[in-house]
Design a protein. Structure first.
Length: 268
């Protein structure tokens, strides 16, 4: 896949949030990887030791989650892959419990940003409704980490009878991934820029409360830019999107400041 090393096979890390042994979601994720002719490592969250987040906020201040289990090695596997695939069955219009625990426990990615510039793809399956919502949620979670979501593949179980749409979707997503790796350019959409600027405004206004997070944010220079640093990838933001970003930052920056004053007034 890479045009830098001939014969190089892209390394994909699939994080599967299904609690089942014969997971349909994993099947779909694997089929997608086959389209890319890539080497895929599968991490089934059900098979690893993954404790629930205890809400201590340690990840906001330290380098890693304070809970000791298998999470660190999984995070390293994702960080060292060329493409991260987040696969989850749809549970009530959202991700599965296992995937939600994983997302909560990896909140540190959003503060220390080792996933900045890491391309990602979201995969989901559902019986009949809600897979789009599940994909949208995983995408938002990826936005928080600075990863670059390239596309998604999802399907409903009844579609397995006539796989035409699934095949088309898998191919379209694989094509997008191929193009991304050849071009090495990413154009964040308005939704991503919206999330980035809300986060940026919050980190700057809440810097007294979460000083460590603010310091690491400023170190990676995100505080000064329109977007996360993306390593070897070129981020393209049109003038219209830059204007949009400035407006979002402006409104949220003053919004947070104002809400802080209100909170102080109401609690005194
Ligand atoms: C707790 C629970 C909630 C579910 N919620 C939904 C839902 O909201 N919409 C839907 O279409 N299917 C729902 N399903 C069905 C699964 O999404 C579906 O069977 C999925 O393909 C299973 O994937 P897996 O084999 O990878 O685990 C739910 C299943 C469970 C166990």
């Amino acid at each position: 896949m890479s045009d830098e090393i001939p014969g190089y096979r892209m390394k994909i890390c699939i994080i599967n949030g299904s609690p089942k042994d014969n997971s349909v979601t994993l099947r779909l994720a694997r089929e997608f990887c086959r389209e890319l002719n890539a080497e895929a490592t599968v991490i089934n969250l059900k098979d690893i030791k993954l404790k629930n987040c205890n809400g201590c906020m340690g990840c906001y201040h330290g380098d890693r989650c304070v809970i000791r289990d298998d999470l660190d090695s999984v995070m390293d596997a994702v960080a060292s892959s060329d493409l991260a695939v987040f696969a989850s069955p749809t549970y009530l219009f959202n991700v599965s419990t296992l995937m939600k625990v994983f997302i909560d426990r990896t909140a540190n990615w959003g503060h220390k940003s080792p996933l900045c510039g890491k391309p990602s793809v979201m995969v989901s399956t559902a019986d009949g409704t809600g897979a789009e919502d599940c994909i949208a949620y995983m995408k938002k979670a990826a936005y928080f980490t600075g990863s670059l979501p390239i596309g998604s593949v999802y399907c409903y179980l009844y579609e397995f009878k006539d796989k035409t749409r699934i095949i088309r979707q898998k191919r379209r997503c694989a094509k997008k991934v191929g193009e991304f790796f050849r071009m090495k350019t990413y154009k964040p959409g308005f939704d991503y820029l919206y999330h980035f600027n809300i986060k940026r405004s919050y980190i700057i206004t809440a810097r007294k409360r979460y000083y460590d997070e603010y310091v690491s944010w400023m170190k990676m220079e995100s505080g000064k830019r329109y977007f996360y640093p993306a390593g070897k990838y070129v981020i393209k933001i049109s003038p219209l999107k830059k204007l949009f970003s400035l407006m979002v930052s402006f409104f949220f920056f003053f919004g947070y400041k104002h809400s802080g004053k209100n909170r102080r007034a109401s609690t005194s």
